[in-house]
Every structure is written in C-alpha cells, then in structure tokens.
Write a protein that binds this ligand. Structure first.
Ligand SMILES: [Zn+2]
Length: 146
C-alpha cells in the first residue's frame, strides 16, 4: 500500500488514547513517517504495523536474532550483577573445602579459580560459584535440612 502526503489514516493517538484520523505530514519511500492527529493536533512518528510482507528489504532483524540478543543481554546483566556483588562484598573469603559449610553469597577462595561468590546452593551438597568469568559447580559439605 502506498501513501501520499496529506492522506488521512486511522492510527492510535497516544494522547487521545484511541484510534483516530491522522493526517500524513511527512513521507519517505511511500511510507508515512510523521502523522498529525486531527483531534488533538499533536504530531507523532508513524510506525508500520509489525506484520510485514515476506521479502521486504526493510526488515532489519529476524526475531530469532533479537531473542538471542535479549538472552545475551540478560546473561551480561547477571554477569555484571555478580561481578558487582563479588567486588562489593564485605564478607571474609572462606577457603574452599569439599566438606565446607557455605551460605548463599559467601565469598569463596579457591586454589585454582581464585575468589568467587556463591550464586546458588544446589541441594544436597553442591554450590554454584561465580568466579568473575565462569560459574562453576563445586562439591561441598551437605547443607543442613531446613
Ligand atoms: Zn489525538
């Protein structure tokens, strides 16, 4: 579908909070870019509906890629969060022992991996420890039953 300047289309107005007639006041490549709500006279950017024709050259990202990006972002946030907790922790590092008794967010001093922070208690006898790069699953003493 192509558009012309000054065409009127029905588009959701965020100010009036309903679908209203808008006038196209700016066009690029036959697509509306800016609209004017005929009711409240506010300008807004036009966004094409999400469903696009197949083969459209204007699709920027495939959905799978953006979900991978979103997951990477989450991993990065988690990574940053633990890095911050590790560096800000006031707890005294505990030496790692296979029969050690640990609690969540304890700081662990490991002979190979260095200092880490306990991110998960894995019942009955393992801990997940964040060492700045990787999360390792380590054996420890059995947790007391709650
Ligand atoms: Zn409006």
């Amino acid at each position: 579908m192509s558009y012309k300047m000054m065409d009127e289309i029905v588009y959701p107005c965020t100010k009036c909070k309903m679908d209203l007639n808008h006038r196209i006041i700016h066009i690029e490549d036959d697509q509306p870019k800016r609209l004017l709500c005929l009711t409240c006279k506010t300008e807004r950017a036009y966004r094409a509906p999400k469903i696009k024709k197949e083969g459209s050259a204007k699709v920027k990202r495939a959905p799978s890629k953006s979900s991978v990006a979103a997951r990477k972002q989450t991993e990065k946030n988690l990574h940053d969060q633990w890095t911050q907790k590790l560096s800000a922790s006031q707890r005294k590092p505990k030496n790692y022992r296979v029969d050690g008794d640990y609690a969540l967010e304890d700081i662990l001093s490991h002979p190979t991996f260095g200092n880490g922070i306990i991110t998960h208690l894995v019942f009955p006898d393992k801990i997940e420890v964040f060492f700045g790069e990787d999360i390792k699953l380590l054996k420890c003493g059995k947790f007391a039953q709650k």
